[in-house]
Design a protein around this ligand. Structure first.
Ligand code: PYC
Length: 314
């Protein structure tokens, strides 16, 4: 019998959305760009992903963050994000959680930290008050006001945008964007996602619905993630995609703050600067707070029938 594998993790939540940082015990993905290493992770180590984030050790909502050596020479660390169904591109809440985790461990100090990800480097700033700002990857709206015919719902108009992940964003939430509607919003978003994918946008794996803010923000969102879990936070990449759409539509000026509330009422503060105004590309900066919730060793015992997590499929 082989001895169990131990994986050292730190858990946190960012505006309610959990992150599990894998400090050690992860697979050796070799060297090279993180875009290549995430493919190796996807094809050769999927059971590790599932073991870390899925039940019985995790849950559908948990996002994993595997610390790796950076490839980009300007970065001091690298991270690969993943969730209950596969790898993620960037992850805003996860980056904030990672920075707070590393500060908790005494590994980083307030200031700027360049972090390599599978979709490009980002800059995270740990502020003296413990909040974290993430200057995300270049973001943009790729399609404006497209009409999607959603079976059972009818036509839904929305934008398609990149904010480190691909989003379809619509104001047509169909129900109040509040906790009591979570089930309805989930089912609606899932139908929209399937229709969006079938009608010309196979890359979209996050759906973002907007409604009225409750706590003085500019907007409130509901974000459905690729594995059908809703984001408890306002979603960092979703806020970036929203800002890119607002900028492209001329509804938000460079440097002006946008407060994005999430479904639980927690919020991220965002703003942007133009990268190329004529191309509609922006650099969004998203600020939020995270709290460490646990330090643990995960134990992977091959004789456990659920050693590699429960992958129920959706
Ligand atoms: O904060 O970018 C984010 C995110 C993506 C998926 C879950 N959270």
């Amino acid at each position: 019998m082989t001895s169990p594998q131990r994986i050292c993790v730190i858990d946190s939540h960012t505006a309610g959305e959990p992150t599990r940082v894998v400090l050690s015990g992860g697979p050796d993905l070799g060297t090279g760009p993180l875009s290549e290493r995430i493919e190796r992770f996807r094809t050769e180590h999927d059971r590790f992903r599932s073991a870390v984030v899925n039940e019985p050790r995790g849950s559908d909502v948990l996002v994993g963050a595997l610390l790796v050596e950076p490839h980009d020479p300007t970065c001091s660390l690298g991270v690969l994000f993943f969730n209950n169904v596969g790898p993620l591109g960037m992850c805003g809440h996860g980056t904030i959680g990672l920075v707070v985790t590393l500060a908790h461990l005494g590994r980083i100090q307030p200031g700027d930290h360049r972090i390599d990800t599978s979709v490009g480097p980002v800059t995270a700033t740990l502020h003296l008050d413990g909040s974290v700002s993430v200057a995300n990857v270049v973001s943009y709206r790729s399609a404006a006001a497209v009409t999607i015919q959603v079976p059972g719902l009818g036509p839904i108009v929305g934008d398609v945008a990149w904010g480190g992940n691909w989003f379809f964003l619509t104001n047509n939430a169909g129900a109040p964007v509040e906790v009591a509607s979570i089930e309805t919003l989930t089912e609606r978003s899932w139908k929209i996602r399937q229709a969006v994918n079938a009608q010309g946008y196979p890359e979209v794996d996050h759906i973002e619905l907007f409604g009225k803010p409750h706590y003085g923000g500019n907007s409130r969102n509901f974000v459905l993630c690729p594995g059908k879990a809703y984001d408890r936070s306002p979603c960092g990449t979703g806020t970036s995609a929203k800002i890119a759409c607002l900028a492209a539509a001329g509804f938000l000026e460079e440097g002006t703050e946008w407060i994005q509330e999430g479904i639980l009422g927690s919020s991220f503060r965002g703003s942007f600067r133009w990268v190329d105004r004529s191309a509609g590309t922006v650099l969004p900066v998203v600020t939020g707070i995270a709290f460490v919730t646990g330090e643990a060793s995960l134990i992977l015992n091959e004789s456990d029938p659920f050693c590699w997590g429960i992958r129920a499929g959706i």
